[in-house]
Design a protein around this ligand. Structure first.
Ligand code: ADP
Ligand code: MG
Length: 683
């Protein structure tokens, strides 16, 4: 057989043994024969009889018709719409025919059209187990696929990767029995349950899949313990000095997170931690304190954010905090060019500049650091693994002695930040190699935001409300989401909306900011809005709305039905910063479906980022959320982290036990499950 025609290759599998995890979608029952008298229209059944009559009908297309007769002398007509000469040759009165198909009512009583059939010797034994129907590709017949998988089930090493006491403790069936059951269930098996992928055998399979994931992630965590990083002890006490200069004290939640991070940073191994918390919960302040710890330990810090605007805001915050301490903060974006850029690069390369803040510009090849000790990535999920790795790779060769360098490269500590919290089940599965700190409460003085969901049909009402609000001195955001697939159209929508409101409310000054504008143009619009020169700021996306303005307390979001929950929640977090009562109006355009309605209702009823993230995961599954993480790492095929959440903890415990005590079982399990090699480690 040519290699590229082998069944596993046609299915995109690396090796033939991977076929054993290619599982049936459903089953057909060829373990028994149905008497013709019991056939009913729509019943899918196996029948057998002696051929008593055959003919070719003409009239339009030629059909092949034959009648078979069973032991009770009842007859069944079989009709073939297309056929080959050798099929005709094999059929003649007196042969025994066994057919599998759907019965229906024809002109002359019950018939089967195009059943699968065979001519065979009388009393040929029936199948002993149910017949699997596999997910398939066109180039492969079910028959060949069944043969290949059955052969592999016989040939493959199905030894259990769970040590017997552990398996019994978990109350799971044996691996070999599980696979035989799933591929070739006995005649009396509950196929409905199997097709729902439930019951003990499926439970075992899902457990094994989660176990493979846990092993791979826990191994990554263990490996990090063998990597080196410079412990950041802040001998110069720069952290406390920075905090002392702030006009407020940290909230309990911030202080707890900072403590968790500080403990990691003091270790000689690279930290790998996520700091999560709603927009405005004070992550940047905590990040600044961490940066101070690093600088106070004589190391450099690089902080990267996904957009120019976000990066710039962080830059300003850090510059305000660090300048009084005599610490220079360098700004690097694609807009920084020429002499300014070379000066910045030189200061980072020789270590004069302790802190760099910027965009992707930080990971350009010519950016080097003298002694990079801490990398901070804001909105981490918007970067790919490669980009985070690239920034981390900027660590200079070992500053802590040759011995260490021989053992491995010295890496900077890594702090990631996200305003989209990771729900518990995700944290326990895909992100199990990540330590997480959560800022779970907002700084004092925030006002609750009233959220209302309105149809586009009430637009005039919204515009009237906007006019009244601005007349009383408030400022407002007006957001028209920009969706990537139709960027031009949406840009037009934003420009149109801007024109519409400007025309309806000539007494107001209305700004517009969008992704196609130059950074300097954007900055000018933002500055005008911040200075109170504009009543309304129209914007196309979240990225553009990055200001913190206590006076802005109304937010209108158009086409809310198209936006992600997390995105809208973040956007909404821009209001509610002042003393004025804040409102967020979510405007949808009809028609919208039930799920879109539910999403908007979730946002209306909750202001808790964690709860919103949980609903988001429930409604969308982990796919989109994991987009950037998944380069090279596969998604779970069988287990669902929500409905199989009860397996997460046992799988995690079992993984720890196997890694500690059963390296052979670990190898067997990983070989079996991680098709095409070990999952790409998170960085
Ligand atoms: P995030 O990065 O999570 O969006 P920031 O760190 O930028 O949040 O903080 C948001 C706003 O809240 C900033 O204006 C900041 O000065 C303020 N802030 C942060 N922490 C506190 C605190 N403990 N008490 C009062 N205000 C705070
Ligand atoms: Mg922030």
């Amino acid at each position: 057989m040519p290699k590229d025609k082998e069944p596993h290759r046609l299915l995109g599998l690396a090796q033939a043994t991977d076929l054993i995890l290619h599982l049936p979608l459903r089953f057909e029952d060829e373990t028994r024969l149905t008497p013709f008298t019991q056939l009913k229209p729509g019943l899918v059944a196996q029948v057998e009889g002696v051929l008593v009559h055959m003919e070719r009908s003409r009239g339009g297309r030629t059909q092949l018709l034959f009648e078979i007769q069973d032991a009770t002398n009842a007859r069944l007509r079989i009709r073939l719409l297309h056929f080959r000469p050798n099929q005709v040759a094999a059929l003649s009165p007196g042969v025994t025919v066994r057919a599998f198909g759907e019965a229906r009512t024809g002109l002359f009583g019950m018939e089967m059209v195009h059943p699968r059939y065979r001519v065979l010797r009388p009393s040929t034994p029936l199948q002993k187990t149910l017949t699997p129907v596999y997910p398939n590709v066109a180039a492969l017949s079910q028959y060949r696929l069944r043969q290949a998988i059955a052969a592999e089930l016989d040939a493959a090493d199905l030894a259990d990767s769970l040590p017997e006491p552990l398996r019994q403790h978990l109350g799971l069936p044996e691996f070999a029995a599980t696979l035989r059951f799933l591929h070739q269930p006995p005649a009396n098996a509950d196929t409905a349950l199997l097709e729902l992928r439930q019951g003990p055998a499926w439970e075992r399979l899902k457990f094994d899949e989660l176990l493979a994931q846990q092993i791979s992630l826990q191994r990554a965590t263990i490996e990090r313990k063998y990597q080196h990083a410079v412990p950041l002890n802040d001998a110069q006490e720069l952290g406390p000095r920075l905090l002392a200069g702030l006009p407020f004290t940290l909230t309990t939640a911030q202080a707890r997170c900072l403590d968790e991070i500080r403990t990691d940073l003091a270790a000689p191994h690279p930290m790998h931690r996520l700091l999560q918390g709603d927009v405005g919960s004070g992550k940047t302040c905590v990040a600044a304190a961490c940066a101070a710890l690093a600088v106070g330990s004589g190391m450099q810090v690089a902080l990267m954010a996904p957009t120019e605007l976000l990066a710039e805001q962080i830059y300003q915050k850090l510059r305000d905090g660090f300048t009084p301490l005599g610490v220079n903060v360098v700004w690097l974006s694609s807009a920084v060019k020429g002499k300014a850029r070379s000066a910045a690069l030189a200061a980072l390369a020789d270590g004069r500049a302790p802190i760099a803040v910027g965009t992707h510009a930080l990971i350009q090849d010519d950016v080097t650091f003298a002694r990079l000790g801490l990398v901070i990535v804001d909105e981490q999920h918007r970067f790919g693994v490669e980009q985070r790795l690239a920034l981390r790779a900027k660590a200079a060769p070992s500053p802590i002695g040759e011995g260490a360098e021989k053992e491995g490269k010295v890496l900077p500590h890594l702090l990631m930040m996200s305003a989209t919290p990771i729900p518990r089940t995700l944290a326990m599965s895909y992100y199990a190699d990540l330590s997480i700190s959560s800022i779970d409460s907002l700084p004092p003085g925030r006002t609750p935001i009233e959220t209302r969901v309105m149809s586009d049909a009430r637009r005039t009402e919204v515009i009237t409300r906007l006019a009244e609000f601005c007349a009383s001195g408030g400022q407002s955001y007006w957001v028209c989401p920009l969706i990537e697939e139709s960027e031009k159209l949406d840009l037009k929508a934003a420009i149109d909306a801007h024109a519409e409101i400007s025309a309806a409310l000539p007494q107001l000054t209305i700004g517009l900011i969008h992704g196609r504008m130059k950074a300097t143009e954007k900055a000018a619009v933002m500055a005008a809005f911040k200075a109170g020169e504009q009543n309304v700021l129209g914007a196309t996306t979240v990225n553009e709305v990055g200001v913190e303005l206590p006076n802005a307390s109304l937010m209108v979001i158009e086409h809310a039905e198209r936006m992600g929950l997390a995105q809208m929640h973040q956007l909404r977090g821009r209001v509610g910063r002042g003393t004025r009562a804040s409102t967020c109006l979510l405007i949808y355009s009809k028609p919208i479906g039930a799920i879109a309605h539910e999403r908007l209702a979730i946002l209306r009823d909750s202001q808790d980022g964690f709860e919103i993230a949980r609903h988001d995961l429930r409604l969308r599954g982990p796919g989109e959320r994991l987009g950037a993480r998944q380069s090279g790492q596969q998604m779970l095929r069988f287990a669902d982290i929500e409905s199989d959440a009860h397996l997460l903890e046992p799988a995690s415990n079992a993984a720890a036990e196997l890694l500690r005590q059963h390296p052979d079982a670990v190898k067997r399990h990983i070989d079996r499950w991680l098709l095409g090699g070990e999952a790409r480690l998170y960085a």
